[in-house]
Design a protein around this ligand. Sequence first.
Ligand code: GLC
Length: 795
Amino acid sequence: MQYGYFDEKAREYVITNPDTPAPWANYLGSPDYGAIVTVNAGGYSFVKSGAAGRILRYTFNQFDEPGRYIYLRDEETGDFWSASWKPVAKPLDTYKSECHHGTSYTEIISEYNGIRSRVLYYVPMGATHEVWRVNLENLTDRERKISVFGYCEFTTESLYTQDLVNMQYTQFITKTEFHDSFILEQINEFNYPRPDGTTGRERFFGLAGAKVASYTGRREQFLGRNRFDKPQAVADGKCDNSLNYNGNPCGALQFSAALKPGEKTTAAFLLGQKTVFEAKEIMDRYDRTAEIVDRELAELISYWHGELANLKICTPDKNFDTMVNTWNAFQCFITFIWSRAASLVYCGERNGYGYRDTVQDIQGIMHLDPELARKQLTFMLSAQVHHGAGLPLVKFTHNAGHEDTPEQESYVKATGHPSYRADDALWLFPTVYKYVAETGNTDYLDEEIPFADKDVGTVREHLKRAINFSMTHLGPHGMPAGLHADWNDCLVLGSQGESTFVAFQLYYALNIMKEFCENEPDYVKYLDETAEKLLKILNEKCFEGDRFIRGFREDGVVIGSKKDNEANMWLNPQSWAVISRGATAEQAEAILNTACEKLNTPYGLELMQPSYRYEYFEGARMRLFNPGTKENGGIFCQPQGWAILAEALCGHGNRAFQYFKESSPVSFNDDADRRVIEPYVHGQFIEGHESPFAGRSHVHWLTGTASTVMVGCVEGILGLRPTTAGIEISPAIPQEWNGFTMEKVFRGKKLHITVDNSAHKEGKPTKVILNGVERAAGVILADELREENDITVVM
Ligand code: GLC
């Protein structure tokens, strides 16, 4: 079944049936002030930390409640409904609803009983408060009197677990106050008040553009003995102007609107963690409500649409376009900014950036905003320990040069990470390369950046130490040891086990470094010899003719051999053999074919097969998951991006695109009940063929899938491959396409690219026409480019 559609022009996903299989969500603001809002206005807000800075209460994994609720009541009949379909949930044959999830704003438009409401939720650019604009329109030909009630449920304590479970304490620390236009929640009011009497823990919920007719700061009064679908105060037509002292604080404000036929009115509820003085100041700013809201919305749209503007594609497949142009790109920005901070699945307890996750997330926005990417990249380089490894978790409070490390008890206690992972710092190589290639800024390699614990070094030095870390942690065959994990969190190979995946990552890194260290012949020689040796080991010890094995256990036993009964074929060693350029053309054909044959399903490629059931080993922690789930034979979505890229690098456009389609959220738009989560964002994994729910996806929004699939599409299928010298455009597309166009900004120059596929090929273009001059396909040098360029790529 279909619940909505993509409005590509507005860059919105429009939900027309709000009874979605899961709370389909959107992201507002940033982790400085973050808000998650769902199709039925459920969700929560926080300041700085989803877990430790929570200001709105939300019950995870339940009924998508509470939320940012707006109730409307017909004063004549007493009938009431909500501006989002739920919580009141009027029958859908009498209630029309459209939820427009846009780039950092959500507008819910409903029509019931002759009244149209438009509620817009957003956090203004750079602000740390949120706005719920309510616009009402009388669609009937008689005057209507409508009461509007805004409701938010405050937490009693910023630590959300305290709020939910330590009630013998948290129920007795808050009270609310009323200040003309807003409710103020006080927490531990007399604990260390500042000279002006404030604590910094206050939250406000206010009404701008209308007069408060009644209020309450007590949830018990607002709801009475009912739930959110029938709040007593709304049924009664007013709140009792009571305030909270102990118990559950809330903000509930009523206003009345008398609307002539066709008349409209606008007001706004405002919310944030602010002192009474700050709240008053914000309230005053919204006196000309409609005008200010329009301006703030326009600012948000112009910022976000600007961020997405550096690449615009137009292909024969509109679904592909909408993902590349808008939704996958927007998701990349969200994962880049939010990391794994907060969602409806992540409660906000990860108090830092995962090393590999973040360095991968950076890749997802490289083609759109490389300078923003660089800032985070520099930060991540500063979280490399002096010996080259990445800190498994980089604290939000990271203080480069002064950090403790997994060697120290204090770090382990604070982060829960007892040791290093084999892959973390190796992700830096493709990410640094992509930055330098996208911008041409080779000076970056000479920029000095501190290490996490001690020392300072250039970016080049950081990368050298990363290689050194891998080279000083080799296993018995001379391949990188698996340590606490490689990319696969569930594969614990230790210091004696070895990972083929990491070996290919290292091989790739060594080759990238050759380009970065051209002026150091001795080091290049070392890199060459090391790479050659590593590839030899990979070929001699890890290649089985139709596949690369996954690695070796601590006791030397092979993982992922075709002789095994379980887990005998793994996806990542195959895709990475190709991405690293370690596989020969012949090997690449063979291993990618095996991957397709043994792992592919209608919803993408499974991570490995068959899932572990009986024949696992100690380090194979994925056995804890049901077969066909997550790392245990599920369709892990991040590796789909690598599979797309690997196929595309081989010129296999048909298969690259097939893989894109199989697992892409948009492909499920008309089969949304199967996928369950949002059809506009990637999830972490899809259940595989061994699950009775094959095709169901989980862990929405914050996942490395966003960036790998983006890279798979942009560098792979579209073939936009910046190099240090310039850019190569080498699409790998479905044979049946006649061609397509792309508008790309590259190093400040505009590229108008037309791909001509009248030859109906699937990859490996033959020639390029640059500004009227024909040449063989290959890299276009940066200094050949003018301000505006017409480029035709002939397949
Ligand atoms: C999750 C983790 C990521 C890991 C992956 C595979 O997505 O966030 O770090 O690489 O699982 O285990």
